[in-house]
Design a protein around this ligand. Structure first.
Ligand code: ATP
Ligand code: MG
Length: 218
């Protein structure tokens, strides 16, 4: 019996942008997660199913083998950390930048009062690493969303957030001040699935790679 594959995806931009790639690889979702309440979706390949979970839970499902593969933002993977997963392919979707942002003219070093600047973010590890690499002492405040609000109400001096067009920052009177890294979504693979379902996994990986880099197809 051929191996079945479970692929973990989040709703929204990752699902929308992964669908065309999966379609090229011969996997069409038979339902739309935006309208279906189901968390497990079948595909037109009876050997492949999709599980729809929170973006930040994708690495956990894949690491523990609840899904063989997944699609996760590099931001989520950096925060998840560790080497519990393979990350063989940059899918080049859901692209954006991780930046330090604040009010125009906000000082990245906290100014002259020698107070450690307060940084509000969902991306605590990335923020810690970024400021530590610059040798800068900061106080990090963990938030779960709407980071743009923090500087406006005096919760933080700066934020670390993802920016695509910059319109959300702009709408809140904030500007990007420092680029941390470019972000895109990656295919991640469970380590045991990589070995035990090698033929299935590499066939899908090759098909996705050809979909991402049409010129580089073997
Ligand atoms: P959750 O809803 O579980 O809190 P989330 O808000 O990060 O997670 P999405 O907004 O669907 O979930 O984002 C999923 C992924 O898309 C992120 O992990 C990131 O890699 C990417 N992403 C997030 N914001 C943007 C953006 N503004 N532009 C492009 N890609 C983005
Ligand atoms: Mg979001």
């Amino acid at each position: 019996m051929p191996d079945t594959l479970t692929i973990a995806l989040s709703k929204g931009r990752i699902f929308e942008q992964a669908v065309p790639l999966l379609a090229v690889a011969g996997i069409g979702a038979t339902e739309d997660p935006e309208t279906s309440r189901k968390l497990i979706l079948s595909t037109d390949d009876p050997q492949v199913k999709l599980v729809i979970i929170r973006a930040s839970d994708v690495p956990t499902y894949v690491e523990y083998g609840a899904a063989d593969l997944g699609v996760a933002g590099k931001d989520v993977l950096l925060e998840h950390g560790g080497d519990g997963l393979y990350e063989p392919l940059d899918l080049r979707i859901a692209r954006c930048r991780m930046v330090v942002a604040g009010m125009p003219g906000a000082l990245l070093d906290g100014g002259t009062d020698h107070r450690r600047p307060r940084i509000a973010t969902k991306y605590v590890r990335c923020a810690e690493r970024h400021f530590a690499a610059k040798g800068q002492q900061v106080e990090i405040i963990k938030l779960y969303g709407s980071m743009e609000l923090a500087p406006l109400v005096g919760l933080a001096d700066l934020i670390v957030d993802l920016v695509e067009s910059g319109n959300t920052l702009k709408a809140n009177g904030l500007v990007p001040l420092e680029h941390i890294c470019d972000i895109s979504s990656r295919l991640v693979v469970n380590k045991a699935s990589w070995k035990m379902k090698h033929a299935r996994v590499t066939a899908l990986l090759d098909a996705l790679r050809a979909a991402v880099e049409p010129g580089a197809a073997a």
